[in-house]
Write a protein that binds this ligand. Structure first.
Ligand SMILES: Cc1cc2nc3c(=O)[nH]c(=O)nc-3n(C[C@H](O)[C@H](O)[C@H](O)COP(=O)(O)OP(=O)(O)OC[C@H]3O[C@@H](n4cnc5c(N)ncnc54)[C@H](O)[C@@H]3O)c2cc1C
Length: 324
């Protein structure tokens, strides 16, 4: 994509004037761009702030095979480029900028970015979430080449292969069990000697013939050139290291929503996911939230896009009510 965010520094509020907008969308992932499409088609002239990751998380992935309408699959970057093009066709404006401060205490809301201050009638928050990383050598280089954070997305690529799953909570076990549909074996590596997951899920994993556990161990390196070949494990009791051959590694050690900006202003759960009602409304009238920033459960392109569309429809209804 043709953009460059380098060299931007936060400017003082209002430095280049205050820009009034009817609908401001924070985030350019599937939720943000779908919201932009719906708001643009409703003649609301939405402005999208891209954030540092134009296109969102899905732009990091090589192939998306579960977004409807693409029977042969589609590249992640290509898919969000199409989202953006479609929204822009109806008048949405995408700015390569990031919100750094918000004041939601009264309308119009104030959103300060690196370049400007927006005066906002309705705000749609689609700032997404970030999968927690192990931060070990090989992880970044091999992401998409055997390192994955999403079983629903990538499990299929590991038909009859051996994979390692890292984590000991509910999502590690749920996703590990899911991957056994495809993989020949799933080895769950956990830092402790007991699981953090619920009892029923733990029993289901422990009795699954394709799953085995390696306890008290941490992954210290992911090994491979073009594709993952092995993981280096450290026994946290004895300190010994060994290499475990594997075709892939799925990392489920938590997901952090990008919502710190709204702390003290928008209601969130204990993990930081924004709390909305079933109409995407937050606790502040005129502020809507969609996609992974408000969704710890589904975390897919199609679900995030659907929530984004719903949020834009709600924003339009809210503006109609306000104007009588
Ligand atoms: C490697 C990988 C592969 C995946 N593969 C698939 C797949 O095959 N199929 C599938 O359905 N799902 C897949 N997913 C999941 C999918 O990408 C997400 O569910 C989806 O992108 C969530 O969309 P979103 O719009 O809610 O948030 P995100 O995609 O996380 O986008 C968040 C956006 O908010 C912006 N932002 C953050 N903070 C600010 C701020 N302060 N101001 C302005 N903007 C901000 C970011 O720059 C970004 O544009 C994958 C995820 C990953 C990481």
């Amino acid at each position: 994509m043709d953009f460059n965010l380098s060299g931007l520094t936060p400017g003082p509020a209002g430095e280049s004037g205050e820009i009034p907008v009817k609908v401001l969308i924070l985030g350019s992932g599937p939720a943000g761009l779908s919201a932009a499409l719906y708001a643009a088609r409703a003649d609301l002239n939405p402005v999208v702030l891209s954030g540092m990751e134009l296109g969102g998380q899905v732009s990091l992935t090589y192939a998306v095979e579960n977004y409807p309408g693409f029977p042969e699959g589609v590249g992640g970057t290509e898919l969000v480029e199409l989202f953006q093009k479609q929204a822009e066709r109806f008048g949405a404006k995408v700015e390569f900028d990031t919100a750094v401060e918000v004041d939601l205490s009264r309308r119009p809301f104030r959103v300060r970015t690196y370049n400007a201050t927006y005066l906002v009638e309705t705000l749609i928050v689609t700032t997404g979430a970030t999968a927690r990383h192990l931060n070990v050598p090989g992880e970044v280089e091999l992401t998409g080449r055997g390192v994955s954070y999403c079983a629903t997305c990538d499990g299929w690529f590991f038909k009859d292969k051996d994979v390692v799953v890292v984590g000991g909570g509910d999502s590690a076990l749920e996703e590990g069990i899911f991957i056994t549909r495809y993989a020949r074996s799933v080895t769950i590596v956990h830092r402790r000697d007991t699981l953090r997951a619920g009892v029923i899920l733990a029993r289901r994993a422990e009795t699954n013939p394709k799953i085995k556990f390696i306890w008290n161990s941490a992954v210290t390196e992911i090994i491979g050139n073009e594709a993952v070949r092995a993981v280096r494990l450290k026994d946290l009791v004895s300190g010994e290291e060994c290499d475990q051959p594997t075709d892939g590694i799925f990392i489920f050690i938590g997901h952090t929503p990008n919502t710190q900006l709204f702390k003290g202003q928008l209601e969130m759960d204990s993990l930081g996911f924004l709390v909305t009602d079933n109409l995407t409304r937050t606790n502040v009238e005129g502020v809507f939230a969609a996609g992974e920033a408000a969704d710890p459960h589904f975390r897919q392109v199609v679900t995030s896009a659907g929530m984004g569309a719903a949020a834009a429809m709600q924003a339009g209804r809210f503006l109609d009510e306000m104007s009588g």
